[in-house]
Design a protein around this ligand. Sequence first.
Ligand SMILES: Nc1ncnc2c1ncn2[C@@H]1O[C@H](COP(=O)(O)OP(=O)(O)OP(=O)(O)O)[C@@H](O)[C@H]1O
Ligand SMILES: [Mg+2]
Length: 260
Amino acid sequence: MKNIRGKIVCVFSAKGGIGKTTTVLNLAGIYQKLDKKVLIIDLDLSGGAIAVALNKVPEKSVYNIIDDMDNNRYNSLGSYVTKYNDKIDFLAAPKDPRQAPKIDSKYLDLILDKAIYSYDVVLIDTNHIISEINLAALEKSDRVLFMVTNDPYDLKNMKSLLSIFRDLEFKKYKILLNNSRDPLKNYFSLYDLRNILKDNIDYTLSPKFYIKNIDDYVINGKIITLDDKCASVCATDYTTLVGLATDFLEEEKKGEDSEK
Ligand SMILES: Nc1ncnc2c1ncn2[C@@H]1O[C@H](COP(=O)(O)OP(=O)(O)OP(=O)(O)O)[C@@H](O)[C@H]1O
Ligand SMILES: [Mg+2]
């Protein structure tokens, strides 16, 4: 148990399949390299992919922890997480998707309150639905990373989402443009994207970060950013991810909000 409170970082998007899970895993790898202890929580409750991507078979899931909390059987966070390596643990999504609707979001706060004193960073992977549990995660997080691609449907949805969040004075987010998911999608320039979203693009992953053999990483349970080659072969994007990861460890700077 640490005395210092860790940071909660939630990755969210307005459309599915745009690279959230890949980015959560890559950030976990970066935090490991920064010597931080990381917990990934898979809140993609019916389609969770973290266990598959890390090639692990979890014994317990987020369903078990919440069910045990609900029935006064909760023991300690450590008995529900699955270990990936010395630095990275994860709390898996439910094994059975029918358990997803049974998960009461009120317990997420409790899990996070415990996790932040055992880990330096808690990374939350989500799906793109505005569900109660995702809203609870966004609310509770110190930092939120909204991911967007150069895709008209995605942009339309993200534009609406951002305008709602701005109306709600929700300011703790940064926006990551992911051009690595689909390098052929480059219709809109950065200038267009800022105009469409009426917001700043804080970080960009370039088309060069498109990983042809990404499924090899998944099948072998390997994290891209922990591959020795990544820092040199994808130097620019690796540096972007290190910058993002480091920014998110810092307290929100005064004046940062005024950009939003
Ligand atoms: N940099 C990349 N290079 C190649 N393929 C990628 C890259 N990033 C993501 N992908 C692929 O794109 C697909 C979607 O990525 P990912 O699962 O990370 O997105 P997601 O936003 O988490 O999706 P969902 O909303 O379904 O959870 C996956 O098949 C993944 O392997
Ligand atoms: Mg995902």
